[in-house]
Design a protein around this ligand. Structure first.
Ligand SMILES: *[C@@H]1O[C@H](CO)[C@@H](O)[C@H](O)[C@H]1NC(C)=O
Length: 247
């Protein structure tokens, strides 16, 4: 009985394979003179509909979005730290709005700017190093909050043809993070010494621009590959003309 259900389920998936993009997602037509305006509304709407993911496309839940890990080594300059983050949770992505959209589907290129009112990055961390003249080390939970985070996304795609259908595979996804303000909190710094930890957290926040600037590139790199994976979960499975209908 169980096998029958599984077979039936996979047949159904095959049969609707081309229409896997949920029905309630807004489609924007390729030839729409207002394609960019359409996408500006459709994409954040789709993000909100993906709060719990799309199991049929193996799109993970976006709220929170889980990231397995990230290692950061900054070598020179005022911030020299090695950091390991594990069990990362990103909160707030689905509250993003898009402020501009530039789609160039002929060249498989999408560029968009988004603003996220509050993005919390929560993770287990281990770190060791030096910030300005101060040594820093700890192992605990990190909470990095980016307030009014502007993200510039640049998606560079290429056509991939499978069974006569064209898919828009994203081969490169670049992001730039421009937060208005960053709030950092690391629990259990200095083996749990409360006075040292409180002072260091205060110091980090007084210098949050400097600290964030040193770490920004690593965050951008890690998160762009997460965004690329999520996008390709959809773009590699749903033909381009089912995402952006031709007529
Ligand atoms: C992380 O920090 C922000 C800003 O201080 C706070 O609003 C949020 O509740 C914190 N999250 C956790 C899980 O501690």
């Amino acid at each position: 009985m169980k096998n029958t259900i599984i077979i039936f389920a996979s047949l159904t998936t095959l049969a609707i394979g081309e229409n896997l993009l949920p029905e309630d997602f807004t489609r924007c037509r390729q030839k729409d003179a207002k394609l960019n305006d359409c996408l500006k509304g459709a994409v954040p709407d789709a993000l909100r509909r993906m709060t719990k993911g799309i199991p049929a496309l193996s799109v993970p839940p976006l709220e929170p979005l889980l990231v397995s890990g990230m290692n950061i080594e900054t070598g020179a300059g005022p911030v020299v730290i090695s950091q390991v983050y594990r069990n990362i949770q990103l909160h707030g992505l689905t509250d993003s709005r898009l402020t501009s959209y530039k789609a160039d589907l002929k060249h498989y290129r999408l560029r968009t700017d988004s603003i996220t009112p509050k993005m919390d990055f929560i993770a287990d961390y281990v770190m060791k190093g030096r910030i300005l003249v101060l040594p820093i080390q700890g192992k605990g939970v990190a909470n990095i909050t980016m307030v009014n985070l502007v993200v510039k996304h640049d998606l560079i795609g290429e056509p991939v043809i499978k069974d006569g259908e064209t898919y828009m595979h994203i081969k490169d996804y670049k992001v730039k993070f421009i937060p208005e303000r960053v709030i950092l909190h690391f629990s259990n710094l200095f083996n749990g010494d409360k006075a040292l930890g409180d002072n260091m957290n205060k110091f980090l926040n007084q210098n949050s621009d400097l600290v964030f600037n040193e770490l920004k590139e690593s965050y951008e790199k890690s998160l762009s590959s997460v965004f690329q994976d999520v996008t390709n979960k959809i773009f590699d499975k749903v033909p381009m003309n089912k995402i952006f209908p031709e007529e």
